[in-house]
Ligand binder design. Structure first.
Ligand code: UD1
Length: 349
């Protein structure tokens, strides 16, 4: 029989105990898991710790680091110092941390530095208040963890925004073209199709200001899995595209970017000025027909996403070729003395 998966479950403060109790219970039902409970000792009082063990039937900790109270730096450092030798000696396959207390970040940091995989339960929660010590713990723990267990959609958007790889499949939507957003009826119709798609997987929708204005008038209630977020920076957006299962868009550039990234794209337009993204790339024109949009998305859920190849010369070196040609050829406009006009020239770049 294969050796059991040795999991260190870390608790330190009161709220951790509530979350670790059912996890310990579930893990102990599986012979293939060896759950080990490590209490850092951040909380040690009867009321802050012991009563939780009793009431929730949590087994006595296998190890107690007994760090006790101190300043944030002291407490975090003390946990780091005390847990490292234990990790080295016991060699867990995985360290599971919960929540956002000092024990959470300290155990995570010590583990990843030893090459031990970290699972974070309650990942991605953000108050956006960096004066809270817990907010710093949340951000840092999520940056270190390999398994990110989330409890709500906002958490996914937060993690994606912070550039954490997110295997959770989601789609990305952009809509800004007047033909799609200027008529409130058209916009509502399109979003009703998107709502149907959101039934199946979360759709992240960075909203263009023009669309935002129209949405105020539309006043439609969206599926909770359709996540409206403010516009994001270019690199963040590329990351979103890259990680998404597919993209719905009426943009021109995004048709190219998805083809370059090999991500399926459904274009909510009847035409495209970039046909190569359809003939060679991952793009499909689905127009404004809600049935067509939903059916195309279903094909992708069913594993039949359109495959594409990256067209010739889409290699990121166009700017170099343009500058080289300009340097070689110089200006090609008609001579001022009128003797000879330069031939019009088209170049592949
Ligand atoms: C910690 C968590 C907080 C969580 C709270 C739950 C961090 C940064 N904060 O805050 O997110 O909501 O636990 O209760 O990890 N003390 C005792 N008995 C104890 C432990 C502490 O009296 O068993 C006293 C000590 O004077 C200590 C103070 O409480 O200095 C603060 O404890 P500490 O664990 O540092 O932070 P909490 O405020 O409890």
């Amino acid at each position: 029989m294969a050796e059991a998966l040795k999991i260190f479950n870390i608790v330190g403060a009161r709220p951790n105990l509530v979350k670790i109790a059912p996890l310990m219970r579930e893990m102990s039902r599986h012979a293939s898991i060896q759950p080990i409970l490590v209490h850092t000792g951040q909380h040690y009082d009867e009321k802050l710790s012991d009563v939780f063990f009793r009431q929730m039937g949590i087994p006595a900790p296998d190890f107690n680091l007994e760090v006790g109270s101190g300043s944030h730096a002291w407490q975090t450092a003390e946990i780091l110092k005390r847990i490292e030798p234990l990790l080295i000696e016991r060699k867990p396959d995985l360290v599971l941390v919960v929540g956002d207390v000092n024990s959470t970040i300290a155990a995570s940091l010590a583990s990843v530095k030893l090459g031990i995989s970290v699972a974070h339960v309650e990942a991605g929660l953000r108050s956006f208040d960096r004066t809270m010590p817990e907010e710093i713990n949340r951000i840092l723990t999520d940056a270190l963890a390999d398994h990110l267990f989330v409890t709500e959609d906002d958490a996914i958007a937060n993690l994606v925004r912070e550039g954490r790889p997110c295997d959770l499949p989601f789609a990305v939507l952009t809509l800004h073209r007047p033909s799609n957003v200027d008529s409130v009826q058209t916009l509502e119709r399109l979003l009703s199709a998107i709502d149907e798609i959101a039934e199946e997987l979360p759709v992240i929708f960075p909203v263009h200001p023009r669309t935002q204005e129209r949405l105020k008038e539309a006043r439609v209630k969206h599926h909770p899995h359709l996540r409206l977020i403010p516009p994001v920076g270019y690199l963040d957006f590329l990351c979103l595209l890259h990680r998404s299962q597919f993209v719905l868009t009426d943009s021109g550039g995004i048709q190219e970017e998805t083809t370059a990234l090999g991500v399926p794209c459904l274009t909510l337009r009847e035409n495209t000025e970039r046909p190569i993204t359809v003939t060679e790339g991952t793009n499909q024109l689905v127009g404004q027909d809600t049935k067509k949009i939903v059916n195309a998305a279903r094909e992708i859920f069913g594993g039949k996403a359109k495959e594409g190849k990256v067209p010739r010369l889409w290699d990121g070196h166009a700017a170099e070729r343009i500058v080289e040609i300009l340097l070689r050829e110089g200006p090609r406009n008609t001579k001022v003395n009128g003797t000879k006009a330069a031939a019009l020239r088209t170049e592949w770049i």
